[in-house]
Design a protein around this ligand. Sequence first.
Ligand code: NAD
Length: 285
Amino acid sequence: TARVIDGRAVAARLRERLAAEIASLPFAPKLVVLLVGDDPVSAVYVRNKDKAARAAGFTSETERLSAATTEAALLARIAALNDDPEVDGILVQLPLPRHIRTEAVLDAIDPAKDVDGFHPLNAGLLAIGRPALVPCTPKGVMTLLAEAGVPVAGARAVVIGRSNIVGRPMAALLTLADATVTLAHSRTRDLAAECRRAEILVVAAGRPGLVRGDWVAPGACVIDVGINRLADGRLAGDVAYAEALPHAGWITPVPGGVGPMTIATLLANTLAAARARRGVGAIAA
Ligand code: NAD
């Protein structure tokens, strides 16, 4: 039966390490989160980011903007934060209201303050093997693999999902770590067969129970990124967990696996951005 990877514990250790580092700096790195509109799920995410940032010794501010905020007003706010020397990290919580173009907003963030790693410059640097600020969820997965001692170099890895937030940067990071990567998605023919070849299987499709137990090769490492709210209110991943458990060598639970790593990694990115901007150490890959 699989070793269950405890993302809460790994994230807690990472946050402690960051807090210790910040305590030794002559300044508190500052994160500003922009939340446009009143999506309740986004509000919860933003509150958790703010809490974790403060607990680790960051200065954290959340700016709540009304759902009626124009794109021009949001872009003007971002420009001001870009110019503010006290601000190290800028995060615009997604999704944005429909009348605002997400791309225009992401393009406007100073790449040096882009702690989500969604700016095209940072995405491009990752794609050509020069990672700078890297998206938090896939970077958090790499930390989990390292902490669990999962061999990555030379391994056959399959990633399900090709979003810019998770799947695509995940494939790039695994490639950089010398895995042999297959990027699968909704048009993949015979997904089960692709999965069965995987020594590392990262699932980020947003489809509860998509990956069945018999899709998991014996001893494989299964990383479940999915967070799905079921009709009965419970959270579930994209992997049929109970089915996969006896096949896998390692597995992440939902909740308590990848989820906690995302915020801890956001804080790591913010500290790295602060160090790089203020000339105290380069951004670590
Ligand atoms: P997305 O909807 O942008 O992308 C989903 C991808 O999965 C697409 O590329 C699509 O082609 C693929 N896909 C969808 N259905 C599929 C199917 N049946 N078979 C194969 N591929 C399929 O989603 P996203 O933003 O990448 O998020 C994916 C999941 O991860 C969601 O459940 C989301 O809530 C979760 N998520 C978790 C965290 C975290 O911190 N743990 C962070 C971001 C996203």
